[in-house]
Design a protein around this ligand. Structure first.
Ligand SMILES: *Cc1c(COP(=O)(O)O)cnc(C)c1O
Length: 381
């Protein structure tokens, strides 16, 4: 008698645990002894987990400030949350979209003096006072050399106090390049550079708030917290302290149904490219789930899962290359009774996490999350 698979498990069951998400949010917030605010980064559809469920759950847990990547993401989020939610757009605003951005109640993160000038020109009077632009944020480069205003341009901007005041800046932020390496010298260099920029800006705009830390930055200690922290990945279960045990609770669980359980009679090359061999007598489980579902092909030959047989959980390795729709596991470690009870293989959960799958694929947990496919049945608990 084959194991019965429920309808929700037929193409893979992706379970997103909103209680764990909220616990992770509370854990991060509890780290802010200095009384700073804990926001939530929900860009890229909340790292692939579904912003429509994630953001309201975080709002209910007390989160009031959110970061998205793009204006369309911000507009969608605006419709999901009460008006008191503050929404920043990390990649700013495109020329010509300033008024629509401000009207949507979104705060763009600006990175050049020209953008600030445009923002003032296009939204003057939308900041609650005729002489004020709509609220904006400024991102500075403190050493990562990605998006952000460099030190020289910043020094020039500080010489324009009238422009700065008109720009209605709410927040100055920067981003750490090496926060996940607690001992890296660049962390303290960026901290020093940012602190100086904050002090200089506050001489012109005294009320402006400051924000430095992402998830891993929060774990670097209070000096990195400033007024507002911006965790993303840790909310969703990624380890913010990669050299230590993960303090976060896993948020995603992914179980794939076994399509075929077979024993090979002689040594047999498995899958495309015949890269690995199943030895004679091996038992193989072919599951529904492949690289088109976000099981990155780069983990071929290294990925692992947990065979679920009744109440037994048996770790099993992938064998051969990940295909578009299917993946093969070597389940020879199961005994006969366990084979009879095998219906699902868990590839993400408490045993193998987004971090371990990322490592197997030569990437990071973030990419595993944002790659999660859309053919799975998604269930929120
Ligand atoms: C994505 C992002 C974050 C969140 O980073 P995590 O490492 O996921 O916590 C914070 N700040 C900025 C500017 C970002 O782009």
């Amino acid at each position: 008698m084959p194991v019965t698979i429920s309808e929700s498990e037929r193409e893979g069951l992706l379970t997103i645990d909103l209680r764990a998400l909220v616990e992770n949010y509370r854990w991060l917030r509890a780290h802010l002894q200095g009384g700073g605010e804990c926001s939530a980064v929900v860009k890229a559809d909340a790292y692939g987990l579904g912003v429509a469920r994630v953001a309201p759950a975080l709002f209910a847990a007390g989160c009031r400030t959110f970061f998205v990547a793009t204006q369309p993401e911000g507009e969608a989020l605006r419709n999901l949350l009460p008006a008191e939610a503050i929404i920043y757009v990390l990649t700013g605003v495109r020329p010509g979209c300033e008024a629509s951005c401000a009207r949507a109640g979104l705060i763009p993160v600006l990175v050049t003096t020209a953008q600030i000038q445009h923002w003032c020109d296009q939204t003057l009077g939308m900041g609650g006072d005729e002489s004020l632009a709509a609220p904006a944020a400024l991102k500075v480069d403190s050493g990562m050399t990605r998006l952000g205003m460099g030190a020289k341009e910043f020094a020039g901007l500080i010489q324009q106090p009238a422009l700065l005041r008109r720009a209605n800046l709410q927040l100055i932020l920067t981003h750490l390049a090496c926060a996940d390496e607690a001992g890296h010298a660049q962390n303290s260099r960026q901290l020093t550079a940012f602190s100086e920029m904050v002090d200089r800006l506050r001489q012109v705009c005294p009320g402006v708030r400051a924000s430095l830390a992402n998830s891993a930055g929060i774990c670097l200690g209070e000096a990195f917290h400033f007024d507002l922290v911006r965790p993303g990945s840790a909310l969703y279960g990624v380890n913010p302290t990669p050299t230590q045990p993960n303090p976060m609770r896993p948020v995603v669980n992914l179980r794939l149904p076994v399509l075929q359980l077979r024993q090979v009679i002689e040594d047999s090359a498995v899958g495309y490219g015949a890269t690995q061999t199943a030895v004679a007598g091996s038992w193989l489980a072919v599951v529904r789930g492949g690289y088109a579902d976000g099981l990155l092909r780069a983990q071929s030959g290294r990925g692992r899962g947990v065979a679920i047989a009744g109440t037994d959980r048996i770790p099993v390795p992938m064998l051969g290359r990940v295909s578009m729709d299917t993946t093969v596991f070597d389940v020879s470690a199961l005994n006969g009774r366990q084979r009879e009870q095998l219906g699902l293989i868990e590839v993400l959960g408490p045993t193998f996490t987004v971090d371990t799958m990322g490592a197997a694929a030569g990437t990071i947990g973030y990419e595993i999350l944002t790659s999660l496919g859309h053919r799975y049945y998604r269930q929120y608990v």
